[in-house]
Design a protein around this ligand. Structure first.
Ligand code: ADP
Ligand code: MN
Length: 177
């Protein structure tokens, strides 16, 4: 049958960026400020086993993108979600009203990831990912430029400013007609 056309009454926001750029920190603060639902994809994958095992080389779960998208479809249709993940090219484009790419100065990111215990190639791969703006390019390839927002995330003041920017964006957002 014909798919029911749903107009979500609250927006969905995707927060992406290299690991360590502050996605979870900013998403948590934004969820508090807006009462939107914070969906941390990494946590969801672990809790619901939406993966195909462990990648020994990259030291992370091999995420099953189809399972993740199936799991999220109803929530995303309902609206009012902040999706937090270091990838963005496998979600349906129609899900999001705003796509935020967080960016961090290389030396700041290096310190954050070292503190997190990253060493060797895991550390250098993520720093390279940030240097080459991999997530910004991925977002540009996957979503319309009009809904893309690249935001600096070096300091705590940046978190506050980004939350304020997005709260204001949300205040002006209306369901599409
Ligand atoms: P991600 O979810 O993108 O991997 P996190 O939110 O877990 O990043 O942040 C990684 C670390 O950096 C945490 O210790 C957090 O407190 C810190 N952090 C995140 N964003 C900022 C920021 N804008 N300024 C200072 N510290 C930050
Ligand atoms: Mn995180």
């Amino acid at each position: 049958g014909k798919r029911r056309e749903s107009k979500r009454q609250k927006p969905n926001i995707l927060v992406t960026g290299t690991p360590g750029t502050g996605k979870t920190t900013m998403s948590t603060a934004l969820a508090e400020a807006t009462r939107l639902r914070h969906v941390n994809i990494g946590d969801l994958v672990r809790e619901k086993n939406l993966h195909d095992g462990w990648d020994e080389e990259l030291e992370c779960h091999i995420i099953n993108e189809d399972l993740v998208c199936d799991e999220l479809e109803d929530l995303m249709e309902e609206g009012g979600n902040i999706v937090d993940y270091h990838g963005c090219d496998f979600f349906p484009e129609r899900w999001f009203d705003c796509v935020v790419v967080l960016q961090t100065d290389n030396s700041v990111l290096y310190d954050r990831l070292s503190k997190r215990g990253y060493t060797g190639s895991k550390l250098s791969n993520n720093i390279e990912c940030e240097i080459f703006q991999v997530l910004l390019e991925e977002a540009k390839d996957s979503y319309r430029e009009e809904i893309l927002l690249a935001l600096k995330s070096d300091t705590i003041e940046d978190v506050d400013r980004n939350v304020a920017t997005l709260t204001e964006w949300m205040r002006l957002w209306h369901p599409s007609t």
